[in-house]
Design a protein around this ligand. Structure first.
Ligand code: ADA
Length: 552
């Protein structure tokens, strides 16, 4: 299932069977078709550890009527075929997309999904990087049957007033039949319902607004993460035609000076950056391992996770909702200079990743900040204009959450004034030997003098590397676990002691595979700044962080 709860009672839906046949089309691939599991990256297969090319997944399915296939994620250029007819194309590994086919004859059909993870001119965001660009269908695939009109999405925005919570509902409906349709749409949140009439012309997609008064329904907070069922139901001719079930948490995020407030209470972020990756499973992290990651982070005393550097699996966000773990979620783009940002497809692909992220993850109460453009060219006029465009898009799609970006450690930033929360990535004692307190003071002064004065500031990255199992207690050599501990100690203590900083995300939770072009500076072809290794074996730093984050 693509979520951790049932998303439909009315709409026909089931997960596609997990076993597909994979055929590779390019050099270095398989000798012939092989059975593989979906979701999964093809690098999990021993013959495809370093395969970069195209792969075609095939499966026979029995279906008919109006079909909606939902692919949670596929890396990273994808074409979907039903009986060899192209029904959808998509770019980007980290967000879901639908493939629609109407009036399909009932019976057995062949689904084929061609995935391509080659770098090249058609890909601006997936480039060789300090993490790995995996291939394959990396998130669950759902098969749904639709009526004439279906609910494309439904966003819930909680608002707190004198009489308790009101939830504003924005539902997008699509008529996929050749005639106009009218009916009734109802939204139920925490047991309270609002309804309205709806009318759609043939082929139309329309957004409808409703408001549900939830009175004294309980709020969501990190300490008491109370979730309520929020469901939308569409009836046509008096009969249920479609539904969409989600969960909401009633909470508001506001900024006050240098503070971030959740339902009025200031947040002190003690977080981790986490790549969506687990040892041999790559990007397709099993849900059991997602939960374990959260348990490990909580055990160290963390209350927050940053989804560096792309939108995450909604099941991970579901778990964060359940556990009260706050999330900075960001769209996909890491480390582009101006030349990279001038790629003719850069903004189009980035806007797509941003739009899909907000549209698909809007209802997660855990998400308290939208981010974008990690360490890109915020110091040039062109780069700054790109930042502003994405901040604008985020705000246009969601006025209820602040926007941010994690900026590169260098002077000359020009977008501090454009974001709500300032994110800074700094690596004192690792990439340079400045004392941490001094590095912080210099950065904060620069932020203040360049438009960021009085805004909340988060240290969005700070950390040091260690190769798991490499010890050097006497010499404290670089890459030793001892050196990582010493550096983290100075870094985290300085940041948490600073009255003007709203919090910190350690870089990073777990070691991750990197592209080979990075291997010279990354022992074992991994970014080794994790406090646990790629298989979640704790390094010495685990205990250090646990002490610094004040866990029991
Ligand atoms: C950057 C970047 C990360 C990672 C990190 C590092 O700040 O945002 O993706 O590359 O540095 O390990 O140097």
């Amino acid at each position: 299932m693509e979520r951790l709860f049932d998303t439909h009672i009315v709409r026909g839906h089931r997960a596609c069977e997990p076993v597909w046949t994979l055929t590779t089309l390019d050099e270095g691939g398989l000798d012939g078709p092989e059975k593989v599991i979906v979701p999964g990256v093809w690098e999990s297969h021993p013959a495809l550890r370093r395969y970069r090319g195209r792969g075609v997944y095939r499966q026979r399915v029995t279906l008919g009527g109006n079909i909606r296939l939902w692919l949670g994620g596929a890396g990273f250029q994808t074409r979907v075929y039903l009986d060899d007819v192209l029904i959808a194309e998509h770019y980007g590994a980290y967000t879901g997309f639908e493939a629609l086919a109407t009036g399909v004859a009932q019976g057995e059909h062949v689904l084929s999904v061609e995935v391509d993870n080659r770098f090249g001119e058609s890909s601006a965001l997936h480039v060789p990087n300090d993490y790995y660009a995996y291939g394959g269908i990396n998130r669950p695939v759902m098969l749904e049957t639709l009526s004439d009109v279906y609910i494309v999405q439904c966003h819930y925005t909680p608002r707190r007033g004198k009489d308790g919570w009101t939830v504003d509902v924005e539902a997008v409906l699509r008529n996929i039949c050749a005639e106009a349709r009218e009916g009734e749409l109802s939204a139920t949140v925490a047991g309270h319902t609002a309804c309205r009439e709806v009318r759609l012309k043939a082929g139309e997609t329309v957004s409808f607004a409703l408001s549900v008064c939830c009175g004294d329904a309980r709020s969501w907070s990190p300490d008491e993460p109370v979730l309520h069922i929020a469901s939308a139901l569409l009836t046509l001719n008096g009969a249920p035609a479609d539904d969409l079930i989600d969960r909401v948490g009633l909470r508001e995020i506001r900024l006050e000076g240098r503070q971030i407030l959740l339902n009025g209470a200031p947040l002190r972020v003690k977080g981790f950056n986490r790549h969506e990756e687990w040892g041999g499973f790559g990007l397709s992290v099993p849900v059991e391992a997602m939960m374990q990651d959260l348990q490990l982070m909580r055990d160290m005393g963390a209350n927050c996770v940053r989804t560096s550097h792309y939108p995450n699996d909604p099941r991970f966000l579901d778990l964060c909702d359940e556990l009260g773990m706050l999330v900075w979620e960001e769209s996909h783009a890491r480390g582009f200079d101006e030349a990279g940002m001038r790629h003719p497809l850069f903004m189009e692909q980035l806007c797509l990743s941003t739009r899909e992220m907000v549209a698909q993850h809007y209802n997660h109460p855990c998400v308290f900040l939208w981010g974008c453009l990690n360490e890109c060219a915020d110091d040039t006029e062109y780069g700054a204009a790109c930042y502003r465009e994405i901040f604008g898009l985020l705000r246009e799609m969601d006025a209820s959450r602040p926007v941010t970006a994690a900026l590169l450690e260098r002077p000359g930033g020009t977008v501090y004034g454009d974001m709500d929360v300032v994110g800074i990535n700094i690596y004192p004692r690792w990439y340079h030997d400045t004392p941490v307190a001094q590095a912080l003071a210099v950065k904060l002064r620069e932020i203040d003098e360049n438009g960021g004065a009085g805004k909340p500031v988060i240290v969005s990255e700070i950390g040091a590397g260690a190769v798991y199992g490499f010890h050097d207690p006497l010499g404290m050599a670089k890459w030793s676990e001892e050196r990582q501990c010493a550096i983290l100690k100075e870094q985290i203590s300085a940041v948490l002691a600073h009255p003007d900083i709203a919090g910190v995300f350690i870089w990073q939770f777990a070691d991750v595979r990197v592209d080979e072009s990075w291997a010279d500076k990354r022992p074992n072809t991994r970014n080794n700044k994790g406090v646990v290794d790629a298989f979640r074996r704790p390094k010495m730093a685990y205990q250090t962080v646990k002490e610094l984050y004040g866990a029991k």
